[in-house]
Design a protein around this ligand. Structure first.
Ligand code: PRE
Length: 257
């Protein structure tokens, strides 16, 4: 995360980064929604290497790793085993997180959530045969979701630094419920849900020269949006924020090691 580049991390800066990540997630879902479900891309029966989706993500991550990706704590590969080192020099970054941060990973849960729960909510039934394009779009969605959720490591670090006296006792007691309560801000979560819904409504409009873009708001235009805005608030409510909080708890539990 760029807010980690030298200056001290602040909660407002980390939250700004989370807000920016929302744009990437909304746009990635809008792009994926161009294609129907295309279930053959997810069938493991077709090849020994598993599904096309899995094959694509594995191979894409190898290329990304060679190009220098996955050096930052929020950039976590889905298939981390045997990834090659960067081919080109990468710039060192100040380490603002506890070294354990690199081991915090909820990508298995993101993978299952994305393919089993989310895809059916925002893609139309159907098969147009564009499987390669489809899995490339899935990869973009998975990466955007994973990056946002793993930014929870920074949120946790800032919260700990701001109030070590509050966080240290439940960390020592390994009290995950108490940690979860401490780091939860219901009012912030409500705002996040409303904002992502609004972004989906605005970013997902059809822009023409004839209509009055931006004037339509609310449920009236939702059926014309490229992704149902309600899917975005549900995604955040049921999965993105809970998984971010899991990352925060997992990070905090080792913060004093
Ligand atoms: O902003 C925070 O304080 C966070 O921990 C992030 C986040 C989120 O995922 O958006 C998660 C938990 C809080 O209840 C509010 C928001």
């Amino acid at each position: 995360m760029d807010a980690g580049g030298g200056e001290q991390l602040r909660l407002a800066a980390v939250r700004d980064q989370l807000i920016r990540e929302e744009d990437s997630i909304v746009f990635a879902l809008i792009e994926r929604a161009k294609r129907p479900r295309n279930t053959p891309a997810y069938s493991a029966a077709a090849a020994a290497a598993g599904s096309l989706a899995e094959f694509f993500v594995r191979e894409a991550e190898v290329l990304h790793a060679k190009a220098g990706h996955y050096q930052k704590p929020e950039d976590v590969p889905f298939f981390s085993q045997d990834l090659p080192p960067p081919v080109f020099p990468t710039k060192g970054r100040p380490k603002v997180l506890h070294p354990f941060a690199s081991l915090v990973c909820v990508n298995d849960a993101i993978w299952k959530m994305y393919f089993n729960e989310l895809l059916p909510l925002f893609t139309a039934d159907g098969d147009d045969g564009n499987y390669a394009e489809t899995v490339a779009l899935d990869f973009a969605c998975l990466q955007a979701l994973s990056r946002r959720i793993h930014c929870g490591k920074y949120v946790a670090e800032v919260k700990f630094k701001d109030a070590p006296q509050d966080y240290s006792p439940p960390i020592r007691a390994k009290d995950t419920n108490a940690l979860m309560n401490l780091l939860t801000f219901t009012a912030v979560e409500e705002k996040v849900k409303k904002r992502v819904e609004k972004k989906a409504r605005i970013f997902g409009q059809n822009v023409t020269l004839e209509d009055s873009v931006g004037k339509q708001d609310g449920d009236a235009c939702d059926s014309h949006c490229k992704v149902d805005p309600k899917v975005l608030s549900k995604l955040y409510d049921m999965w993105v924020m809970p998984l971010t909080k899991d990352v925060e708890v997992e990070y905090l539990l080792r913060r004093l090691d």
